[in-house]
Design a protein around this ligand. Structure first.
Ligand SMILES: *[C@@H]1O[C@H](CO)[C@@H](O)[C@H](O)[C@H]1NC(C)=O
Ligand SMILES: *[C@@H]1O[C@H](CO)[C@@H](O)[C@H](O)[C@H]1NC(C)=O
Ligand SMILES: *[C@@H]1O[C@H](CO)[C@@H](O)[C@H](O)[C@H]1NC(C)=O
Length: 340
């Protein structure tokens, strides 16, 4: 009898514990959805207690973005996306055409350009693009500063692409006869014969583009130039993507600057622009060629900048696209605003 009683007691106890556990989990679930709901309400009511900065601000209408594109880094594909979006998103895209594709502006042009870009309200918001070195607006006395963005590519890939581009052109303007048209020498042969066109010093381009308008920037192998390039990349660029991850670059821009790049990711994925402008008849360099190039000091330094940029971009990207903690997008808001 006693055993039956015990069994009965044990069973009831089990049932009670199960019920309690069940309700506890239900309460936790409800509390969780309550918190989420509360959070959404807080997001939608930007009252005096909690203030979430609005998606697009008035300042966005004065937005000026400069993309000082490095040749042969996939810049035409990216600019193509901007040209496709500009009408729908109501912004202007302007190409900066500098005489003879010079990458450094004369001092008087630097000054005029800076004044013009910051004061020309009729074309704002705007994306300017052109093959010019980073221009430090702090030196030029303007009241506002534009936002800089850029793309960077593996230095040897860029050089090889440029080498064949000069010989065979690309599918973007196939009928334009390029400088070295008719030259059949491959990049491997060029390296073998130590010709000037494949001289590693020709790779010294991304470092000076990020470094800027100082003379020292353009001296192949300058350690100061590399440091300056890194400094600018982190401090004076909003975001620098890598050619190898163009889609992520566009997605990051869409998140950060929706005023210009809303819908860019979708557009890039669905359009043929992603395949635009491929250098014709490009032959990958041999292992031996790669080894020779990678021994050069200039390659090492250019590659250091590339690796530095890549790591920084991945860090930026992770926060935005992968939504680190619990796959919840990061938000911030203001609270305890006093006096009321
Ligand atoms: C820049 O302008 C020159 C002179 O008008 C022109 O020949 C050249 O094609 C232009 N460059 C580009 C990339 O459109
Ligand atoms: C900027 O330059 C363009 C082209 O020269 C000119 O049409 C425009 O009026 C200038 N804007 C300002 C504010 O100076
Ligand atoms: C884009 O690609 C699609 C399918 O590959 C093709 O039918 C279309 O003609 C292409 N559009 C352009 C503008 O090249």
């Amino acid at each position: 009898m006693l055993n039956v009683h015990k069994l009965w007691l044990l069973t009831s106890l089990c049932v009670i514990v199960t019920i309690v556990l069940y309700f506890q989990s239900e309460i936790a679930r409800l509390e969780d959805s309550y918190r989420k709901l509360e959070f959404r309400i807080a997001q939608s009511h930007t009252d005096s207690r909690q203030f979430f900065p609005k998606e697009t601000q008035k300042d966005d209408e004065d937005l000026v973005v400069i993309y000082n594109r490095v040749p042969k880094t996939g810049s035409t594909s990216f600019v193509g996306v901007a040209y496709d979006l500009c009408k729908k998103n109501h912004f202007k895209v302007l190409h900066i055409n500098i005489t003879a594709n010079m990458h450094v502006m004369s001092l008087n042009n630097q000054y005029k350009f800076a004044q013009n870009v910051t004061r020309w309200h009729d074309v704002k918001p705007a994306l300017y693009h052109g093959h010019m070195a980073f221009l430090n607006f702090d030196r030029l006395g303007t009241t506002s500063k534009p936002i800089f963005i850029n793309l960077i590519r593996k230095p040897l890939d860029r050089l090889v692409s440029y080498y064949y581009f000069l010989r065979h052109g690309d599918n973007f303007r196939p009928h334009l006869v390029r400088k070295k048209h008719g030259d059949k020498m491959t990049f491997d042969e060029c390296v073998e014969k130590s010709q000037p066109d494949c001289d590693p010093d020709n790779m010294w381009l991304q470092v000076p583009f990020f470094c800027g308008h100082a003379a020292e920037c353009w001296k192949p192998g300058s350690a100061w130039a590399l440091q300056q390039a890194k400094h600018n990349l982190v401090n004076n660029y909003l975001v620098v993507g890598v050619t190898e991850e163009m889609l992520d670059f566009i997605s990051v821009l869409e998140q950060v600057l929706p005023r210009l790049f809303k819908g860019a990711t979708e557009h890039y994925l669905s359009s043929n622009k992603s395949h635009l402008r491929q250098t014709s008849s490009k032959i990958d360099p041999s292992q031996r060629t790669i080894e020779i190039i990678e021994q050069s000091n200039v390659w090492k330094m250019e590659n250091e900048l590339y690796e530095f940029a890549l790591e920084h971009f991945k860090f930026v990207k992770r926060k935005i696209l992968l939504r680190e903690t619990n796959s919840v997008a990061q938000v911030y808001f203001y609270e305890k605003i006093r006096p009321k």
